[in-house]
Design a protein around this ligand. Structure first.
Ligand SMILES: [Zn+2]
Length: 140
C-alpha cells in the first residue's frame, strides 16, 4: 500500500491534443488568432474565441519560443500532503509571445525566484501520455 495520493493527469481533449502531442516532442505550442495575431494558451482557454478581437475562426497552432519571465509565484511552506511537495513552487511566467503560463519551477532554490527573472520551458515526462511543460531558470 502506498501513502501517495494518485494525482490526475491533465485532461487531453480533441481541442488541446495538439498541445500535448507537441509537449511529448519537447515543443511548446500556443494558439495564434488568424485575424489579429493574438497569442493565447490553448489549455487555459477552452472556448475557440479570440479574447482580443472576438474572432471565432479556428486559431493556428504555432511553436512558442519557450522563453519568458516570472510574473509571480507561490511557495507552499506546509503542503496538505507530502506527495504534493514536489509540485511547488508554482510560477506564472509571461511568455515572450504574451500569454501567461502556469507551471512548476525546477532547478532553483525557492528563495532565489524573483519577479522578472528569465525562464525557459523544460519538459518532464509523467507517463506515456503526458509530458508536462515546466519552467527552469533561463541561464542554467
Ligand atoms: Zn484575434
Amino acid at each position: 500500500m502506498t501513502d501517495q495520493i494518485p494525482k490526475p493527469d491533465p485532461e487531453v481533449t480533441p481541442e488541446n491534443k495538439p498541445y500535448w502531442d507537441a509537449a511529448k516532442n519537447h515543443e511548446l505550442l500556443l494558439k495564434k488568432c488568424v485575424d489579429c495575431g493574438h497569442y493565447r494558451s490553448p489549455i487555459y482557454i477552452t472556448a475557440n474565441i479570440c479574447p482580443n478581437c472576438g474572432s471565432r475562426k479556428p486559431a493556428d497552432w504555432v511553436k512558442a519560443s519557450g522563453r519568458g519571465k516570472v510574473y509571480t509565484w507561490v511557495v507552499m511552506h506546509r503542503v496538505f500532503h507530502p506527495g504534493f511537495e514536489p509540485e511547488y513552487p508554482l510560477v506564472i511566467a509571461e511568455l515572450e509571445e504574451g500569454p501567461r503560463m502556469l507551471a512548476n519551477m525546477r532547478g532553483i532554490p525557492n528563495s532565489e525566484i524573483k519577479a522578472g527573472m528569465p525562464v525557459k520551458v523544460i519538459f518532464e515526462k509523467l507517463n506515456e501520455n503526458i509530458t508536462l511543460p515546466q519552467f527552469a531558470p533561463a541561464d542554467k
